[in-house]
Design a protein around this ligand. Structure first.
Ligand SMILES: *Cc1c(COP(=O)(O)O)cnc(C)c1O
Length: 403
């Protein structure tokens, strides 16, 4: 007999780095989820921008099962077919000429930052090592990436931190222009700050960063872990802006729920990483890359990408309708299916309460900081599910207002 499991067991057995909801989800299909008691939820969270094709997508499931029959893992002494196929798909669809695979967003950024440091080291050893990052940014939880992130509350307690990382205000090109120098080896930026509150970069800001990086021979790194793989209605967000980075990192939606990360770059920088310089046991594992290859094929179509833009409008209209009646949001922002509804001053700090009420009403959503309710649903969420989810959100908002 298997152990009976309850939410209380989390407190009993898990290192308490999370505070999960007080119910346990056991099954998902498309954009609906069910908990242990059989209660059904609409999923506007998508596993934090991961389940880009919803839950249990039949074709993705088939790719997983087919690969499971063949080979799961080899180690990097041997290459495999799924990884090479996936690399070629990414190269054909983006600026990239070479791909490095890993298992998460943090690892993809870790690779990017190490590559930038290596580049700087080769140009001017001991001098060209500064990394410019932005306040409020999120790049992952390894020591290097959490230090690059712009929320000291996540990094300060782990000091001493890797040095030569400077945080400047996001969307402030003048601040970068006055700080960047020949000592800078990289600038890392999210095209939309996701965890930081769904804050889009201005086009002029990204264009300006591109010019400054080129001028000072620094690598421009776009962290597209959250914005990548169709999330914004383009395959990658850089394609909206017409600004091409030197390195792009991808994870989350790339595996549709199977852990995988990737660093995309061009030959000139890729060749600095040679056998032995960097690596990871699981990176490019055939099971992960077979799933990601199928996810990629399903998302990278004009229908799915334009569908994201249409769904964006449905969300915006629905949120507007709710707000016309209840005036809880100061602003709704974002792009494609990465949307943030900012609580207005009367409800400052109450995004989490609203999210909890939403779950009681049968809607799973996300927050991004204390003031932003965030949505990152499946890119193919059916319109009925959007309508139903918005109705449930409206009930939660009504309850918040009555408090
Ligand atoms: C989630 C996220 C990461 C970290 O990814 P993990 O897979 O959790 O390591 C990095 N950057 C951005 C922009 C993210 O949203």
């Amino acid at each position: 007999m298997e152990q009976q499991i309850s939410r209380q067991n989390f407190n009993d057995w898990m290192v308490p780095v999370y505070a999960p909801a007080d119910f346990v989800l056991v099954r998902g299909e498309g954009s609906r989820l069910w908990d242990q008691q059989g209660k059904e939820y609409v999923d506007f969270a998508g596993g934090i921008a991961v389940n880009a094709l919803g839950h249990s997508h039949p074709e993705v499931k088939k790719a997983l099962l087919e690969q499971a029959e063949k080979i799961w893992h080899l180690g990097n002494g041997y290459t495999n077919e799924p990884v090479l196929r996936l690399a070629k798909k990414l190269i054909d669809a983006t600026f990239a000429e070479k791909i490095f695979f890993c298992n998460s967003g943090a690892e993809a950024n870790e690779a990017a930052l190490k590559l930038a440091r290596l580049y700087g080291h080769q140009q001017q050893p001991g001098v060209k090592n500064e990394i410019i990052a932005f306040k409020n940014a999120f790049h992952g939880r390894t020591l290097f990436t959490v230090t690059a992130g712009g929320q000291p509350k996540y990094s300060a307690d782990f000091a001493p931190l890797p040095p030569a990382i400077t945080h400047l205000p996001f969307n402030d090109l003048a601040a970068v222009a006055s700080h960047i120098s020949s000592r800078t080896c990289a600038v890392i930026v999210e095209p939309i700050q996701g965890e930081g509150g769904v804050l889009p970069a201005d086009a002029e800001f990204l264009q300006g960063l591109r010019e400054l990086c080129t001028k000072h021979d620094a690598l421009l790194i776009f962290d597209e872990v959250q914005t990548g793989v169709g999330r914004t209605g383009e395959l990658y967000a850089y394609q909206h802006y017409g600004v091409v980075p030197d390195i792009l990192t991808s994870a989350k939606a790339l595996g549709g729920g199977f852990p995988i990360g990737a660093m995309l770059t061009v030959d000139r920088y890729a060749e600095l990483f040679q056998p032995g310089t960097h690596g990871t046991t699981y990176g490019g594992n055939p099971l992960a890359t077979a799933v990601a290859g199928k996810v990629f094929d399903l998302i990278n179509t004009p229908e799915v990408l334009s569908g994201v833009k249409k769904r964006y409008q449905t969300f915006i209209d629905g949120l507007q309708r709710i707000n016309d009646q209840y005036q809880v949001f100061a602003e709704v922002r974002g792009q494609g299916l990465l949307i943030g509804a900012v609580m207005n001053s009367a409800y400052a700090g109450q995004a989490k309460q609203l999210n909890q009420l939403a779950a009681e009403e049968g809607l799973i959503a996300l927050i991004a900081g204390p003031d932003v309710l965030r949505f990152a649903p499946s890119l193919i969420i059916p319109s009925d599910d959007i309508e139903e989810g918005l109705n449930r959100l409206e009930r939660a908002v009504a309850r918040l207002c009555r408090r």
